[in-house]
Design a protein around this ligand. Sequence first.
Ligand SMILES: CC(C)(COP(=O)(O)OP(=O)(O)OC[C@H]1O[C@@H](n2cnc3c(N)ncnc32)[C@H](O)[C@@H]1OP(=O)(O)O)[C@@H](O)C(=O)NCCC(=O)NCCS
Length: 181
Amino acid sequence: MLYNLKMQNITISRATIDDAEGIQILTAISSKGMYELCGWSEKEIQNHFSPEIIKSGTNKLKENIAIFSDSDILFVAKDNNKIVGYCYAEKQKDINRIEAVFILPEFQGIGLAKKLYNEAYKYLNQFNKTFLEVFSSNSKAIGFYEKMGFVDTGKKVYDKRFVNSKGEILPATEMMLASKE
Ligand SMILES: CC(C)(COP(=O)(O)OP(=O)(O)OC[C@H]1O[C@@H](n2cnc3c(N)ncnc32)[C@H](O)[C@@H]1OP(=O)(O)O)[C@@H](O)C(=O)NCCC(=O)NCCS
């Protein structure tokens, strides 16, 4: 019932440059829980998503969307024109990559991430493997990706962009989805 009510107004479409700001705002809101799971303080999270950072992120994303090729797959979910979720994936030469799946907290748990992911996956090369990196502490997302068929490859990734106030880099776990036969 809740599923139907929340889903009934939602439309899914390819993102345009007009969606860039909504995507950045959504990322800031729905990252909060993700960074909390990773042990970041409220202040660290706020600093990571200051209005200046959201603005520069929006401009950068607009530039990127403007030069997107068929290999860049960015789908947004809108509820009455408000962006409530997105999935960004990339088709590379030999592999696919899932870069991000973000859902607004109040729209989580109704199957929206799955719907967006499945839509994006249709445009990937299904005869190649699909990889992603997810913060190792983000058990919620890991559970979701496992449900989508991904498995932990055992590789850890350390990206200096994701460092807390103690200077610790957040470890990420690489996950992989097998290619279709
Ligand atoms: C992770 C996230 C994308 C999941 O979104 P969601 O909309 O709640 O997921 P869905 O409702 O589409 O779930 C789809 C399926 O996965 C399952 N699932 C979702 N989260 C799960 C979890 N933590 N453990 C096990 N299964 C899970 C659901 O039960 C559902 O199963 P079903 O198809 O059998 O009904 C969402 O919590 C989110 O946006 N988190 C913050 C941002 C983030 O961490 N993104 C990932 C890093 S890029």
